[in-house]
Design a binder for this molecule. Structure first.
Ligand code: ZN
Length: 85
């Protein structure tokens, strides 16, 4: 992962990181241009959103929807009649 110095835009090195929550980390960084800048700083790395939900979530959603169907519709769906198969 490339981190740039917010002061001089030089490449920065991540020296360490610490977990803030399961989805947020603090990255401790040092600017590589030690001669002219030498800044050290903290960047945040955070989860934003899924592009595809995890398989377990998709299966749970499908199971919840199917379980709320009337018994006859559930039977049709599971037999493939619902999709014209
Ligand atoms: Zn810098």
């Amino acid at each position: 992962m490339l981190v740039k110095c917010p002061n001089c835009q030089s490449k920065a090195r991540i020296s360490s990181s610490s977990e803030i929550t399961l989805t947020i980390r603090d990255l401790y960084c040092q600017c590589s241009d030690i001669k002219n800048c030498g800044a050290t700083f903290v960047m945040s790395l955070a989860f934003k959103h899924y592009l595809n939900p995890p398989a377990s979530t998709t299966q749970q959603l499908a199971a919840n929807l199917i379980n709320h169907l009337p018994k006859e519709q559930r039977k049709e769906l599971l037999q493939g009649d619902f999709f014209g198969n």
